[in-house]
Write a protein that binds this ligand. Structure first.
Ligand code: HEC
Ligand code: HEC
Ligand code: HEC
Ligand code: HEC
Ligand code: HEC
Length: 314
């Protein structure tokens, strides 16, 4: 009897504590929501929410942090929430750092979802002090970017077509074309990181604002000749790329005309031709990450013209 009473009192105390804790957390979260609208970049820097990652406390003055604030990754959450698509909690797996962490080691009763989320694609999406990888990366650099930058977000039926850099770079998933990895896959051990985080020596103080690479994740064509790869006159990428682009653009227009004129948009031929078109378009607009593959994909789409047109005649 005495034991039961102690147990009851203890349970009551715990209940009160939990309710109190929830109330404070909720108050904090509302505060964060308000400040999110005021300064969209400071979401990850707001220490008041239990979900803030807090890396800025020690790393806030470093170049990596400052560069990150200038790049798309720091807007990934805002762009998701304000985007034109219906948001599901699972979208956060790529659009917000906290999802993976708090879904696993979450605060009981406080799910990390689209209403409580505060982090964009922030430091802890890619780094962890618990990691043994170089630069404390959560996985080797070559695997990191492709976990998120893929066509299929795994959000079946959500109607979002994500971009296709991974599939194009690795030359796969297209219809009717054999695997064709970009020649860069072999020579660039860190894959996406090789071009998108390459740092150039800054020539003077003013250049710091426009400098690409590092945590801005901006690639620049001036890198192509830097390692002695595309440095001869007939291999100059700043001249060759516009030509490639014109060629691919022309093919895309041709495919688009065929797609627009198809009567049966459920036929296999139409679906295949459209997939290839969307893949090329989803990769910087013209298949930049693998031009030979882009060409092959569009050629296959064009070869389906008789079948797509035949469905019109029926
Ligand atoms: C956790 C998922 C995730 C990972 C890992 C990731 N990205 Fe992103 N990335 C995104 C999202 C989401 C966006 C869209 C941001 C937005 O809304 O503009 C994006 C945008 C970008 C952009 C466009 C940036 C801009 O300023 O418009 C580049 C370039 C990019 N990522 C490169 C990379 C590279 C290189 C890596 C690997 C080092 C990488 N990403 C790893 C999710 C990720
Ligand atoms: C597998 C990772 C992943 C998942 C899951 C994911 N996204 Fe994305 N999302 C990205 C990446 C990466 C980008 C940046 C575009 C790119 O380069 O691929 C992006 C960009 C976007 C953009 C800005 C560009 C655009 O297409 O307008 C919106 C909006 C968006 N995603 C919405 C969503 C929604 C809604 C969901 C859930 C239904 C979702 N995303 C789930 C990875 C993902
Ligand atoms: C999208 C993934 C991604 C995000 C987000 C990211 N990093 Fe990194 N970071 C990397 C990769 C990849 C490297 C290794 C680059 C290399 O191997 O050249 C790196 C390297 C570093 C380094 C060591 C070398 C350098 O470039 O300065 C520091 C420090 C660092 N990151 C800090 C941060 C901080 C702080 C944040 C949050 C503002 C952050 N990173 C966000 C991917 C990321
Ligand atoms: C209490 C201070 C503190 C906090 C908070 C902190 N770090 Fe660090 N971090 C350090 C110190 C100290 C080092 C080792 C010295 C150095 O290399 O800068 C370090 C090293 C790193 C490195 C390796 C840099 C390299 O040159 O390879 C990365 C990446 C990193 N931290 C990421 C993070 C991320 C992501 C977070 C938030 C989840 C975080 N840190 C939070 C203090 C901190
Ligand atoms: C050979 C160098 C190279 C490699 C490797 C590479 N990229 Fe790119 N990427 C570029 C260039 C150049 C651009 C065009 C940049 C621009 O238009 O400002 C670009 C554009 C992009 C964009 C669109 C950026 C924007 O601002 O809209 C994204 C996203 C992207 N790459 C992601 C990736 C991912 C993910 C990988 C790995 C699967 C990768 N890239 C591998 C060179 C590269």
């Amino acid at each position: 009897m005495k034991q039961a009473l102690i147990f009851f009192v203890l349970s009551l105390l715990m209940g009160v504590f939990v309710v109190f804790k929830i109330a404070t957390l909720q108050a904090d979260t509302t505060k964060t929501e308000n400040s999110t609208t005021e300064t969209e970049n400071s979401t990850t820097q707001n220490g008041k929410t239990p979900f803030a990652e807090g890396c800025d406390k020690c790393h806030g003055d470093e170049t990596a942090y400052k560069e990150w604030t200038q790049a798309g990754h720091s807007h990934a959450l805002v762009n998701l929430l304000e985007g034109k698509y219906e948001v599901r909690t699972s979208c956060l797996s790529c659009h917000s750092s906290g999802y993976e962490i708090f879904a696993e080691h979450g605060i009981p009763g406080h799910p990390y979802n689209e209403k409580t989320a505060v982090n964009a694609v922030a430091c802890s999406s890619c780094h962890s002090h618990a990691s043994k990888e170089e630069h404390l990366l959560v996985m080797p650099a070559k695997k990191l970017c492709v976990t998120c930058h893929k066509m299929d977000c795994g959000c079946a039926g959500a109607g979002v077509i994500h971009q296709s850099q991974t599939e194009m770079f690795l030359g796969r998933e297209g219809a009717g074309v054999k695997r064709m990895p970009s020649p860069h896959v072999r020579v660039m051990k860190k894959r996406c990181v090789h071009c998108h985080m390459a740092k150039v020596e800054k020539k003077d103080e003013k250049e710091v604002e426009t400098r690409h690479g590092g945590h801005t994740f901006k690639a620049d064509l001036s890198d192509c000749s830097s390692a002695g790869c595309h440095d001869s006159a007939d291999n100059d990428m700043t001249k060759k790329l516009p030509l490639y682009r014109a060629e691919i653009d022309a093919m895309m227009k041709e495919v688009k005309t065929i797609l627009d004129n198809a009567a049966d948009k459920t036929s296999e031929a139409y679906i295949d031709a459209k997939l290839n078109y969307d893949m090329v378009k989803g990769d910087s607009g013209y298949g930049l990450h693998n031009i030979p593959y882009a060409r092959a994909l569009l050629q296959h789409s064009l070869s389906l013209k008789p079948q797509i047109i035949r469905t019109v005649d029926q």
